[in-house]
Design a protein around this ligand. Structure first.
Ligand code: FAQ
Length: 332
């Protein structure tokens, strides 16, 4: 084979050594910045693994916000009062906004939103398992706000201190909005618990079905979490999956008691640890839903694909309009 590289073997080996030295120094300086709690910004040097894992997590997060609009969207036309309908529409619009902040923040890492959306639609990208469970009745809508947004906030508050600046800043606003979402859900359930026996049963049923999948939102147990140790060293994650899951259980069970709900038998206060014990979750179910076999996986992906096709003319019209404006300003 011909080569234009005229360096001797010795020179090549030295160049390779120098490259490793520069990479090691870069890595050490990067970690030192993280350890000093400095934010990493888009134009700063970062290891490829840091960039990749952030794109992975932030895009999964964005997809979750967007797919997460569907279970509640299902109830906009059937909300029981005008007030509830307005609240629900506002909440769902907020989730769309969260998706947009997150796609934009992910784009600062050198990937396009079109590519991320393509990955979702092709089934290559994950989104949170919780959105593959159906919302069967109005109490489920309240339970999504209370439990799903509640779990989301528990996970996202530490992300406001994540080492990547654009992600951390997006999370600050998202958390404020999620807090309203959690309260509106809890308040809707409080109202139902003042109602008829049938309404109370609906709330209990929603809690019984959605509580366990909400706990799975925090990811697999720490022992099976592939990304935790590196991402905690990089301060993308500040707490482990199990720590945040426990924090959520400890906050939620007193709220369930205040609502007047029956607490599952396996959940017991542990005097010694100062936490609630809640037993093992059904991790086979979790991985099955991750693989696409949940009750609503197909419905969610079909709805996303239909929305993409139905919206094609809007994107084309917007692009044609932008092109026209560009041509006009060039001509002027
Ligand atoms: N579902 O090594 P780990 C919301 C995957 S937003 C599906 O522990 P990591 C707002 C994980 O990706 C809810 N897949 O992973 C709302 C990885 O697979 P990969 C979304 C899951 O990243 C409310 C593998 O398992 N929030 O609800 C899940 O260190 C109401 C191994 O796991 C976020 O995304 C899961 N639940 O920790 C909207 C927060 N868990 O990528 C509408 C940001 C894990 O190697 C209505 N994300 N996997 O193929 C995070 O904090 C982290 O990514 C975790 C997972 C904690 C979710």
């Amino acid at each position: 084979m011909y080569t234009t590289d005229l360096r001797t073997a010795e020179e090549k080996a030295k160049a390779a050594k120098d490259e490793i030295k520069v990479a090691e120094e870069g890595m050490a300086e990067f970690q030192a910045r993280i350890d000093r709690d400095e934010f990493i910004e888009p134009k700063d040097w970062m290891p490829e693994g840091y960039r990749k894992t952030l794109i992975r997590q932030m895009s999964q997060h964005a997809h979750s916000e967007i797919v997460g609009m569907h279970p509640e969207g299902n109830w906009v036309t059937r909300a029981p009062t005008l007030k509830r309908k307005l609240i629900l529409i506002a909440k769902i619009q907020d989730e769309a906004g969260h998706g947009l902040y997150l796609y934009s923040a992910a784009e600062t890492l050198g990937v396009s939103r079109e590519e991320l959306v393509r990955q979702l639609h092709a089934g290559e990208a994950k989104y949170s398992t919780i959105f593959n469970y159906p919302t069967m009745n109005w109490a489920d809508v309240g339970a999504v706000g209370w439990l799903v947004d509640g779990a989301a906030i528990t996970n996202q508050i530490p992300l406001c201190r994540c080492s990547y600046g654009p992600y951390a800043r997006a999370m600050t606003r998202v958390c404020k909005e999620e807090s309203f979402h959690q309260r509106q859900g809890y308040e809707a359930l409080l109202e139902m618990m003042k109602g008829t026996d049938e309404q109370k049963k609906m709330v209990q049923d929603a809690f019984d079905r959605l509580f366990w999948p909400a706990l799975m939102m925090f990811g697999p147990p720490d022992s099976d979490s592939a990304h935790s140790s590196q991402n905690m060293a990089w301060k993308i994650k500040r707490f482990s999956n199990d720590e945040l899951r426990q924090r959520f259980v400890d906050a939620t069970i007193p709220q369930a008691e205040f609502l007047g709900l029956k607490i599952p038998e396996q959940i017991k206060w542990n005097e010694e640890t100062g936490h609630y014990d809640f037993g093992e979750l059904d991790w086979d179910e979790f991985w099955d839903v991750v693989k696409g076999n949940g009750i609503s996986n197909d419905d969610r992906m079909n709805a996303r694909n239909e929305a993409l096709e139905d919206g094609a003319w809007v994107r084309e019209a917007a692009a044609a309009y932008a092109e026209k404006q560009r041509a006009k300003s060039k001509a002027a």
